[in-house]
Every structure is written in C-alpha cells, then in structure tokens.
Design a protein around this ligand. Structure first.
Ligand SMILES: Nc1ncnc2c1ncn2[C@@H]1O[C@H](COP(=O)(O)OP(=O)(O)O)[C@@H](O)[C@H]1O
Ligand SMILES: [Mg+2]
Length: 322
C-alpha cells in the first residue's frame, strides 16, 4: 500500500527555504524535533528530495539506541559517502598535544572539510536521532553548526522530544545561532487524516475517530489505515502491528518498570504523577525514575514498525489522486 504525502506544508516550505538559502551560500542548521512516529525522518526525506532538485548532494548518518555505539557514530555513518569527512574525522595531531587541543583541531578539520565539500553546488548533511548521540558527536555538531552560515551547507538534525539529557545540555549553543531554525513537529490535523483515508478509498467519516485515537501521529494513522478502521469501535485495537509495537517495548523494560506502566495504564492518557505515586506506593515501592512524561516516553515505539502483512483496508470508492 503506497503511503501518500500528507500535510506538513509549512514544515516543507521552511525546509525548501533552508535548502535555497544554503545553496546560495547562507548555510542553515535545522533541528526537527517531536515524539516518536510524528514524521521527523519523513521530513528529512523531503529535505533530501528538495536538495536533489536544487542540485545539492546529500548524505546522512544516525545515532542508535545501543550501548555499543562508538563515539562519533552518526558522523562516521554520514562520512560513508564523503571520504573527505572520514579523513577529517581521523585527523592525527602531533604527539604531546592535550586532549582538548586535539579535539579542537579535529573539529576544525571537519568544519573545513564540509565547507569545501559543499562548494560549489551545496551539501545537505542529515544527522538523525540525536537524542541517542554521544557527547562528542553533539559537541562536533555545535562546532560545525557555528560555521555553516557562510558555507553552502545545510544541516538537518532530528531528535525525539523530550530530547535526551545530553542533547539538552548542548541545545542552548545551537539556539544562540542566528541561522538555526527549530521545527517542532506536531500532530496531523483531522483534515490531514481525512485526506489520507480518502487517498486509500476509505470512508472519510472515520477521520474524527482515527484522529482522536491516534492523536494525529502519522505512524499510528498509517497502522490504522493499513488495517481496517471499520473493524472495531476503537481503531487502534484492530491494529495487530500496534500491539506488537507495545509488546516489543515492554520486553526491554525491567519488571519494576512494567509494574509502574501497568498502574499508569489504568489512569488514562494524562497521568498525574501524585496519583501514580500513590497507586504504586500502596502495592510496592514508589516510582524511582522520572516523571510520568518520561515513563510514557519509554513506551514509545522506535523507528518504523515491521509490516504485519495484512492488507485489510476496506475500499469504498476510487482512491483520490494523492
Ligand atoms: N506527512 C506524512 N505523510 C505520510 N506519511 C507520513 C508522514 N509523516 C510520517 N509518515 C509516515 O509515518 C511513519 C513514521 O514517520 P517517521 O518519519 O519514521 O517518524 P519519526 O522519525 O518521527 O519517528 C513512517 O512510516 C512515515 O512514512
Ligand atoms: Mg525517525
């Protein structure tokens, strides 16, 4: 089932403007943030398309949720198609220099290499999932971002909200830059969901229900649409892929965290920490880690789910040209 392009006109317009500015030598740094599944990576794909249309080349790297991830991993992934970036990341300094001085030298080499690689047609560097990035990657990003304003370089980074601790520690540096733009990605509108249903020839009177149950999260909307939203009063219940997403995440949690989530799940979608603490305290220890927001953030799905192979969408008419 082909997924149509839904909404996000403002975000795409801002990315287009950033591509054009970077192409003309006024580089930009764009941080795209939002919850899991909201469409951050989808927007980076649109940025890559816009860059290609403008004759810019592009490369991408991403951080991963793995304790084994080596330092500078997102940069090393991005360097696979930019040998000059690999060379700069491997900068060797004369022995006897201090660690801070060696790092500064490497950062400068990377900034210079990217500026050179961006000329004359422009370069888009996409760095994804920075909430999992190591501190050196973020420090390097801060250094490079500070030098993009006179390069034909556009950096588009993505991070989940609420952003990770390390990312927040570096965010103020990025925010200070005049050529930094923040795109905070919110839910799709009900009208967007209606359009999506229409594109698949599904009944558009499900739009309000699908929108309400998915909170306008495109990943969830897609899962609902790929199942059959007419099957159940609650569109999410009819989505086998959604159940698997939740179970996969629960497998990663400790027994204590699963207990806390179990209690939280009885309290509805907006969870009051005092009530949750009171509930959990009566049956065991109080929650030790984080706020309810953090608790629910850890239940979020990561990346695209595996397809469940079902194609149960009920066609009620000819799909709109999407
Ligand atoms: N505006 C959109 N139109 C159509 N599909 C979208 C849109 N935004 C996201 N999607 C789809 O929703 C899913 C989740 O999006 P993704 O970009 O992976 O989320 P994130 O990177 O924020 O976790 C993907 O399958 C993606 O193709
Ligand atoms: Mg993503």
């Amino acid at each position: 089932m082909r997924t149509p392009s839904v909404g996000r006109h403002q975000e795409i317009a801002r990315l287009r403007a950033a591509v054009l500015a970077a192409g003309s030598g006024a580089g930009r740094f764009v941080l795209v943030s939002g919850p899991a599944g909201i469409g951050k990576s989808w927007l980076t794909d649109r940025a890559a398309e816009l860059a290609a249309e403008a004759g810019m080349r592009s490369t991408r790297g991403n951080a991963v949720d793995d304790v084994g991830m080596p330092p500078l991993w997102p940069w090393r992934r991005a360097a696979r198609s930019l040998p000059e970036l690999t060379a700069a990341l491997n900068t060797v300094t004369e022995p006897g220099r201090g660690a801070a001085e060696r790092q500064f030298r490497m950062f400068t080499e990377v900034a210079d290499a990217l500026t050179a690689a961006a000329a004359p047609t422009g370069l888009l560097l996409i760095l994804e999932d920075l909430h999992w990035a190591d501190p050196t990657s973020l420090a390097l990003l801060g250094h490079v971002a500070a030098h993009t304003d006179r390069a034909q370089l556009l950096i588009v980074a993505t991070a989940r909200e609420p952003a990770g601790e390390t990312l927040l520690a570096y965010e103020p540096d990025w925010l200070r830059l005049a050529h930094t733009q923040l795109i905070s990605v919110g839910p799709l509108s009900e009208q967007d969901v209606r359009y999506w249903l229409e594109c698949h020839g599904l009944r558009t009177d499900y739009a309000a229900r699908v929108h309400a149950r998915t909170d306008g999260n495109p990943l969830l909307v897609r899962l609902v649409i790929e199942s059959d939203p007419a099957q159940s009063d609650d569109p999410l219940v009819a989505v086998p892929g959604f159940r698997r997403l939740v179970l996969t995440q629960l497998d990663r949690l400790s027994a204590e965290d699963v207990d806390i989530l179990g209690a939280a799940s009885m309290l509805g979608e907006r969870i009051d920490v005092d009530v949750l603490t009171a509930v959990v305290t009566t049956v065991g220890d109080p929650p030790q880690r984080g706020t309810p927001g953090e608790t629910s953030a850890r239940t979020e799905h990561r990346g695209s789910p595996a397809e469940d192979g079902r194609g149960g969408a009920r066609t009620v008419g000819r799909a709109a040209a999407c």
